[in-house]
Design a protein around this ligand. Structure first.
Ligand SMILES: [Mn+2]
Length: 396
């Protein structure tokens, strides 16, 4: 009997599906949260005296030190154990016979638990490869590593959307059956329609949240703070790209007393940010429970602040990165004018006076005024008025 303990996200459930395809009725799969796994493993060791006859596989999650010892003892006593994972934080399991942790392939692509398990089973001739299965595993890998975003692989993102629309059991059963019975991995018409609707719903949700985001400095970082119960990945990614001057996005779920942190920047490690409040995760996505300190910083202190003002959109003239100049304004009525004096030479004027040294690119200048003054791009009419006066002034 195979026993698989895996994560309850798409990558974790992908492992469950791969295992079902390989072993059918000979595998028992359990889906766990990050927090829940250790307790389940503990229970397994308490209740099952005959674990030695089983093959225990853990994927996409790692265990604490007590369970590490249990697993190691089991293996030393002749039992079969594998821990297959792709998280950097699990690399120390490679010190054990039964650890299979790999973060990256030799060609630089990132691994996922599903792809690692699939390759492990192929290598040991425990599963037969097929086109549909290859395609499914690759979709899961691209979603989990966020490579889909660079590759514009919407199908991978859709797979995750679908995963959240149905129960884990239904998803597992349907996908397993589909992979076994199809030449290619495709969504059916009904799913396709559902996915379109879901995509539109997410778009509207993100647009609404864009109008609610509040900007503040917490420690050294300039954070964007927003309340949201769902679609944290989408929000973190969209808001991060829309507001590149923010170091990270904090997404608050008051009901669940949780905070998610997301960043698109390499200079920020949000696992360290979450770590300050007793949480953890990856460099680009992390989370923590909302304790007293976090509540004060992210909720209480922020409550009186107004949301960020949105940049004017659909402007014809006042556009970002325009060599002729882009005009911004803040709440106090200060005017900021960014224009190019040469290709790597961008000038920022605040109320008509040059600020600091020139910038190498537009984005640096915009980041500065958005972080320090919360300025926004103004509408064309204000821009045109401003330019008229600006050129009269420079002529005289
Ligand atoms: Mn994973």
């Amino acid at each position: 009997m195979y026993r698989l303990y895996t994560h309850n996200d798409l990558d974790g459930v992908g492992c469950g599906i791969v295992a079902k395809i390989a072993f059918g009725k000979d595998v028992e799969v359990r889906y766990n949260s990050v927090m829940g796994l250790d307790h389940q493993i503990e229970k397994l060791f308490e209740n099952e005296k005959k674990l030695k006859d089983d093959f225990l596989i853990i994927t996409d999650l790692s265990v604490n030190d007590e369970n590490l010892i249990r697993l190691d003892d089991l293996e030393k006593g002749g039992g079969k154990v594998r821990l297959i994972d792709h998280h950097k934080t699990a690399l120390h399991f490679n010190d054990y016979n039964w650890g299979r942790v790999k973060v990256q392939y030799d060609d630089g692509r990132l691994t996922a638990a599903t792809s690692l398990l699939y390759e492990y089973l192929l290598e040991h001739e425990l599963i037969k490869s097929s086109q549909a299965l290859d395609e499914f595993v690759e979709l899961v890998r691209q979603y989990d590593t966020w490579e889909w975003d660079q590759n514009d692989n919407i199908k991978a993102k859709n797979l995750n959307d679908l995963f959240f629309m149905v129960s884990i059991e239904e998803f597992e059963e349907k996908m397993t059956e589909r992979i076994i019975n199809s030449d290619h991995f495709e969504f059916d018409d009904f799913e396709q329609k559902l996915l379109e609707m879901e995509e539109e719903k997410i778009e509207r949700y993100v647009r609404r949240k864009k109008r609610e985001i509040v900007q503040t400095f917490i420690g050294e970082y300039c954070a964007g703070i927003v309340h949201a119960e769902s679609y944290h990945s989408e929000l973190g990614n969209e808001l991060g790209k829309d507001f590149p001057h923010l170091d990270y996005i904090a997404i608050l779920n008051l009901g669940g007393k949780k905070i998610s942190f997301r960043t698109i920047h390499d200079h920020v490690d949000v696992s360290a940010v979450a770590g300050k409040f007793g949480g953890g995760g990856h460099a680009k996505a992390s989370g923590c429970s909302m304790g007293k300190d976090a509540y004060k910083l992210f909720v209480q202190d922020i409550f009186p602040l107004d949301p960020m003002r949105q940049d004017a959109f659909r402007n014809k003239y006042n556009n970002k990165s325009s060599m002729q100049g882009s005009l911004y304004e803040n709440k106090k009525g200060d005017k900021f004018f960014i224009f190019a004096a040469g290709e790597d030479n961008w000038i920022l004027e605040m109320n008509g006076k040059p600020v600091r040294e020139p910038y190498q690119n537009f984005q640096q200048a915009e980041n500065y005024i958005k972080r320090k003054y919360q300025a926004w791009l103004v509408h064309d009419d204000i821009y045109v008025e401003f330019l008229k006066r600006y050129y009269i002034k420079t002529k005289n």
